[in-house]
Design a protein around this ligand. Structure first.
Ligand code: AMP
Ligand code: MG
Length: 450
């Protein structure tokens, strides 16, 4: 396949600093370049180099260079020569705020609103050409491709290592685009769209024929969302197609909530990352299935069950939300049966008061163990090197911080994670769901288990 593999010596890096970037380039020269020859290499803007390059697919674009390039393009259309070998022209889509990492393009912008028109034009060009572009959304980073191009969609599954029976969510730039990909749209869907789009809500509806089977995993329904991040909606508009985008993590791992996370998981596997800064919500979208007799919650997220009930009057909760589903089960949201969001360690949720949980955990704590707790509880875990993922008093900080913390704790030296989990409805329901899935629903009540 045309699937890009990281060259063996292509080093992933996540640094934003010049030094790190140059080290990556110096170490990973030719292999890296071979991988990205049809996409581009971005370099930090610092230094004496700034030239322009042109590429048929990407239009007029700017470029920078660095010392470890033998020659920096001097004029439009110039080839970029790299290391000892001469390479074909490399289209560059960098301007002052951007650079590419060792493999693939990394478009940097501190905030979503600062992602420039050029970034979006370049990224839209990649998407139209069947390439993979990671996109920032308010929930988590998405691994985007043209959702109507089955070859592009296939590459998403390959890049993630995702089972092909797990369908993708299509992202649209405006609610009215729903009509072009779904049919028999009930009034409830428009009501939800009016209240929650753009936003962290995905609806499952009957799919039109133009959407390839690969996108829907052969279902006759499709999941659709209009994300809140303005730069991403603009990108989708420019691409002119719905963008299929699952979370931009390797399958089974915690979702990515920063561009650095995406680079860590996807370097060498995708062509670009549009960096919109850290995700605001931090857990994946709420999914509601509107194709049954009653609306059904398939996955809790930033739009809460209470908000949905208030609007719809009724809402069933799918069993996949409530407990562990066996791998051969037939479920409404096929993705829900897979082990998800999990670091390599075994996660145990320790419920009960802060004090009871700390007593329980401290009694057992040993080498290879880690504690994931609320910021308020840090003092209770002296000597246990605890990780806090947010404040118990502000569940939005917990949702925003959960995946980054789980990723931090995904280390070979950590074998058991004792985790504290918020309880109750609202956004806590979504945080609890993700953490329980990471823990394979192992919950210990510290109040009763001394
Ligand atoms: P991800 O994009 O990784 O956040 O996962 C998308 C989720 O949406 C998965 O759990 C899928 O099972 C679910 N999903 C996508 N399409 C459908 C559909 N047509 N019906 C039910 N669930 C869906
Ligand atoms: Mg996912």
């Amino acid at each position: 396949s045309g699937f890009l593999q990281a060259a063996p010596h292509a080093r992933a890096h996540t640094g934003h600093e010049d030094g790190a970037i140059r080290a990556a380039l110096a170490g990973g020269g030719h292999g890296v370049h071979r991988q990205i020859k049809d996409v581009g290499l971005h370099l930090p803007p610092q230094g004496a180099f700034c030239a322009a390059a042109r590429h048929a697919d990407l239009g007029d674009l700017h470029t920078g260079g660095a010392d470890d390039l033998h020659r920096v393009p001097q004029r439009e259309g110039d080839a970029l020569h790299y290391g000892a070998a001469q390479r074909p022209q490399i289209p560059l889509i960098a301007e002052s705020e951007e650079y590419a990492a060792g493999v693939g393009v990394y478009i940097r912008g501190a905030f979503a609103t600062q992602i420039g028109q050029k970034d979006q034009t370049a990224a839209a060009g990649l998407l139209r050409n069947g390439k993979l572009v990671a996109i920032p959304t308010e929930t988590v980073y998405g691994l985007g491709a043209n959702g109507l191009d089955e070859n592009a969609v296939l590459r998403i599954f390959e890049a993630k290592g995702r089972p092909q029976d797990n369908p993708l969510i299509l992202h649209i730039s405006e609610p009215k685009e729903l009509e072009s990909i779904c049919h028999d749209i009930p009034a409830q869907a428009w009501l939800l769209a009016e209240h929650f789009w753009p936003g962290p809500l995905t609806m499952v509806l009957p799919v039109r024929d133009l959407v390839p089977k690969r996108t829907t995993a052969g279902l006759d329904t499709v999941a659709v969302r209009c994300p809140k991040t303005a730069a991403t909606r603009e990108l989708i508009r420019l691409a002119g197609v719905p963008i299929a985008a699952p979370s931009a993590n390797r399958s089974g791992k915690p979702s990515t909530t920063t561009a650095a996370h995406v680079l860590h998981d996807m370097d060498g596997r995708i062509e670009a990352i549009l960096d919109g800064g850290p995700c605001e919500v931090g857990v994946e979208s709420t999914i509601v299935d509107l194709t049954g007799e009653r609306p059904r919650l398939l996955r809790p997220g930033g739009v809460t069950p209470e908000e949905l009930r208030a609007l719809l009057g009724e809402l069933d909760i799918d069993r996949a939300v409530l407990g562990q589903i066996s791998n051969d089960a037939v479920v409404r949201a096929p993705g829900m049966k897979y082990k998800h969001y999990a670091p390599s360690a075994e996660v145990y949720i320790i419920s009960g008061s802060s004090e009871a949980a700390a007593r329980y955990i401290r009694r057992r704590f040993g080498p290879g163990d880690a504690v994931l707790c609320f910021a308020e509880e840090l003092p209770l875990y002296d000597g246990c090197n605890p990780t806090a993922y947010g404040s118990e008093n502000d569940v939005r900080t917990l949702s925003a911080g959960l995946f980054a913390a789980l990723r931090d704790l995904d280390r070979p030296d950590i074998r058991t994670i004792y985790a504290r989990c918020p309880e109750g409805g609202g956004v806590a329901y979504a945080v609890g769901n993700r953490l329980k899935k990471a823990a394979a629903f192992r919950v210990v009540d510290a109040e009763h288990e001394a």
